[in-house]
Write a protein of this length. Sequence first.
Length: 184
Amino acid sequence: MNSNQWIRPVSNMEGAALSDKQCLCKNPHGEFNVKPLQKIEMNLFRAVPLISQPENHLISGQIWQQKYKVDESEISNYLDTPESLWGSDNKVIYAQIESKTIDIHQSLYLIQASNLCLCKDDDNRRAIFNYAGIEYNLPVTDPNFEKQRVEPKNQQILCVSLGEKYDPAGGNNYSCYKIVATIL
């Protein structure tokens, strides 16, 4: 598929995240974990959109093929420019998505942030930044968080994701929390 639209590869029809084993790509030197900015070719089984993650696609069991990489000078060609990151809060109430009060057209954005500060207290990794005049304070899941804190590239490019519906209290008050998935 070459649609110039974001896709979110998922491991099942409910939108589950991929395992490390599912994120391998092959090149002439062997099999390796996919890294940010790598171009890969993957086989997708079919679209499995969720109301909160419309770009979900179920992956096939075939290993991905590495096809070069995106040069850092090309990143600006891929940036999204939404008015906000699904509002100004750190989450979107799932009932508002279900009732169509908030319409989620995409749940992944690659944005140019400003005033990025990467912070860590205890085991909480956070990104505090401004986007479109709004200050956000979001959790970070990027495995390269520590490297970015110690050796920042200062591009302030973030992949922000709207997570799966979740209730931290274990009940039915679901929200979709905003997460910084990757820092470039």
